[in-house]
Design a protein around this ligand. Structure first.
Ligand code: NI
Length: 154
């Protein structure tokens, strides 16, 4: 796996995620909107980008993952600050890894409760894939709220 390429592409994806957030008014009517009663609200979706990343970074650094839900009372700016500061930590972690280190294996508990193993390089790929997935969800949320997402750039 070409780590530098993936980190570069991730940065592009993240930039369009931030550009999307700039286009969303801070009003609660936007941030509390959800496509169906059992779906995440817009605030929860954006926060989830960071909390999933924090969970996987914990696994990568051999800490217990928390998989946190949206904190009560957090503002749109607080959510943005959280995902930005978390992403800085994640990038610093992966940038520092050598080609050998990124092949190291770590274990984690799957959603079904079994213990699984993966490499750090798989975690990096998984986080990029998760971000592409979450950005697509964000674009659909925006369209549903009559907002125009940024132009697609791969
Ligand atoms: Ni997810």
């Amino acid at each position: 796996m070409d780590k530098a390429f993936l980190l570069r592409q991730w940065t592009n994806i993240r930039q369009s995620f931030y550009q999307s957030l700039e286009k969303i008014p801070s009003e609660l009517s936007y941030y509390s909107w959800r496509p169906s009663p059992d779906s995440r609200s817009l605030a929860e979706l954006i926060y989830h980008l960071g909390s999933a990343e924090e969970g996987w970074l914990s696994i990568a650094t051999l800490k217990e993952p928390l998989w946190q839900d949206l904190p009560d009372g957090i503002t749109p700016q607080g959510i943005k600050d959280y995902i930005i500061s978390l992403h800085d930590k994640t990038l610093a972690f992966f940038e520092d890894l050598s080609d050998d280190e990124i092949q190291k294996k770590v274990s984690f508990t799957s959603s079904s409760g079994s213990t699984e193993e993966c490499t750090l390089s798989w975690i990096l790929w998984h986080l990029v894939e998760h971000e592409i997935h979450t950005r697509a969800q964000l674009f659909v949320y925006m369209r549903s709220l009559k907002l125009i997402p940024p132009r697609y750039s791969g």
